[in-house]
Design a protein around this ligand. Structure first.
Ligand code: XMP
Length: 509
């Protein structure tokens, strides 16, 4: 495994992704990690990430410099390099010229880190500090116009440093440099595959849980479905899943889930229909945050009541992913402003005195999809676009009623059918419809209509933090609009949302 020390760079997860793509397992830890723990982890190599701080600032993050004495290869990136230089007796100063963006990197080294790397290539810089003196024993192995010391190494100790970011795709040779670090320098083996992960994870769940019972909240999304299949393989019928039908799901959602997970994979699932409870609580409510809170609260109550019926359960399983874990332990990730209160089950384990099982907590989303495939889940479940916990309730602007839900469900079904038929479903992060609290005049069969307007939303995104509106072909948009207006009673106008995130958000509420 490779250990990545998190100095707070926004690109940290990208470093981890690159390592995992090369089929090497890696783990991200804060700089406060103890050297003893590093020894226990036995990494083949350590990567020191970039970060927003300056090394000469008071309280700049530092990891115990004893890591340089462990006889483990180290690669410092940007701030990580500056930390290494400072810790080993070199000198870092504020650069006369900040360097941000593309630069031409030149190296005359062609071994180790730069094995088969082009002598001149483009790299991506983002730094205000520079190295003015490398520590004793180090040699300079690359520069850019602005940065004389852009790459260094201490060959004897297998220490390397890059001032630029090899993990971003703006550094085309970066991937090769990282692979060289993994395979040429650290001698890593490509053992990280989802097949091997599944085997270990199943064994681990079995060991943790023993012969106790586990409860899992199934949402219908990829993460909880994959977690369910994995735990089911480990403990079979000792796993009980609870699926709460909150009445704000898409068309045929419950039926599809029943078919795949219950009938096909024989997972033990309790379907709780609580539609009326949710609808009643949402009556007369149009404020988005109140809708979210109400749905979250009722979900917890219904889930808890159902879970109590499962006697002797000691564990609660969740499909938590690695990005959530990293965010919660990140040394610098302070609390971010609440834009929307996301609906989750975070409070449940404490309230119900259950122990947590989180078999996916070291995986990224795309790895979860590969794992799902390795576990035999059908594509239909693996390639689902994200769907928010509060469901269609936050896609109906204004009050949520049974009538409005039924209109939106039909619209949504047509939209998805066309998006899938056009081959766009997997290419888009999300595609959905929003029912507006507005009516407009239309004409149908020579008659005046006065009906609802729906907005279509389709976005591309890597992680939902930012998103761009999708440039769908006009012909496809036209087909979707025609079909919606012709097939769904109650809609006479369709508009397309052309806003990106930020400043808009993906969902409308
Ligand atoms: P926004 O609208 O904030 O959404 O740009 C970002 C991503 O999060 C999803 N989303 C949710 N997911 N519970 C969820 O599980 C929620 O309450 C929730 N609200 C938004 C949204 O669909 C998008 O993918």
């Amino acid at each position: 495994m490779i250990l990545i020390i998190d100095f707070g760079s926004q690109f940290n997860q990208l470093i981890a992704r690159r390592v995992r793509e090369a089929q090497v397992y890696c783990q991200i830890e804060p700089p406060t990690i103890l050297v003893e723990k590093i020894r226990d982890l036995q990494p083949r190599g350590i990567i020191l990430s970039g970060g927003p701080s300056s090394i000469y600032e008071e309280n700049s993050p530092r990891v115990d410099p004893a890591i340089f004495e462990l006889n483990i290869p180290v690669l410092g990136i940007c701030y990580g390099l500056q930390f290494m230089v400072d810790a080993l007796g070199g000198e870092v100063q504020k650069a006369t010229k900040r360097e941000y963006g593309f630069a031409e990197f030149t190296t005359d080294s062609d071994s180790g880190l730069f094995d088969k790397v082009k002598k001149v290539s483009q790299c991506w810089m983002s730094h205000g500090d520079s190295i003015v003196k490398a520590p004793a024993g180090f040699e300079i192995i690359g520069s850019t116009d602005n940065t004389r010391i852009a790459a260094v190494t201490h060959a004897g100790k297998k220490l390397f440093g890059l001032q630029f970011h090899p993990e971003v795709h703006h550094t085309p040779e970066g991937r090769r440099m990282l692979r060289n670090f993994l395979f040429t320098v650290c001698n890593c083996k490509q053992t990280w595959t989802m097949k091997s992960f599944a085997k270990t994870a199943v064994a681990q769940v079995r060991e943790t849980v023993g012969d106790k019972k586990v409860i899992l909240g199934l949402s219908g999304g990829v993460d909880s479905s994959v977690a369910a299949v994995l735990i089911h393989q480990a403990i079979g019928q000792k796993l009980t899943c609870i699926f709460v039908d909150n009445g704000v799901m898409r068309k045929n959602e419950t039926a599809k889930l029943k078919q795949v997970l219950k009938q096909h994979l024989h997972i033990n699932i309790r379907f709780v229909s609580a539609k009326q409870k949710f609808l009643l609580a949402l009556k007369g409510i149009s404020d988005p945050e109140r809708k979210r809170k109400i749905i979250g609260k009722i979900f917890m109550d219904v889930f808890e009541a159902e879970a109590k019926k499962i006697k002797g359960a000691e564990f609660l399983a969740q499909g938590t992913l690695y990005p959530d874990v990293i965010e919660s332990v990140s040394a610098f990730g302070g609390p971010t402003a609440v834009i929307k209160s996301h609906h989750n089950v975070g409070g449940l384990p404490k309230k119900m005195k259950l122990k947590l099982v989180e078999p996916l907590k070291f995986l990224f989303k795309d790895e979860v999809r590969l794992l799902g495939k390795a576990l035999g889940l059908p594509d239909e479940l693996i390639w689902r676009q994200p769907f928010p916990g509060p469901g269609l309730a936050i896609r109906i602007i204004g009050e949520v009623t049974a009538k409005r839900l039924s209109i939106l469900r039909e619209v949504d079904a047509v939209l998805l059918e066309e998006i899938k038929a056009g081959g766009y479903y997997k290419k888009l992060w999300q595609s959905f419809a929003v029912l507006l609290p507005l009516k407009s005049v239309g004409v149908m069969g020579d008659k005046r209509t006065y009906e609802n307007i729906v907005a279509l939303r389709a976005v591309t995104s890597k992680d939902a933090m930012t998103a761009d509106w999708a440039k769908l072909p006009h012909a496809l948009l036209g087909r979707i609009s025609n079909r919606i207006i012709n097939e769904v009673t109650g809609v006479n106008r369709v508009v397309y949302d052309i806003s990106s995130k930020p400043p808009s958000t993906i969902e409308w509420e």
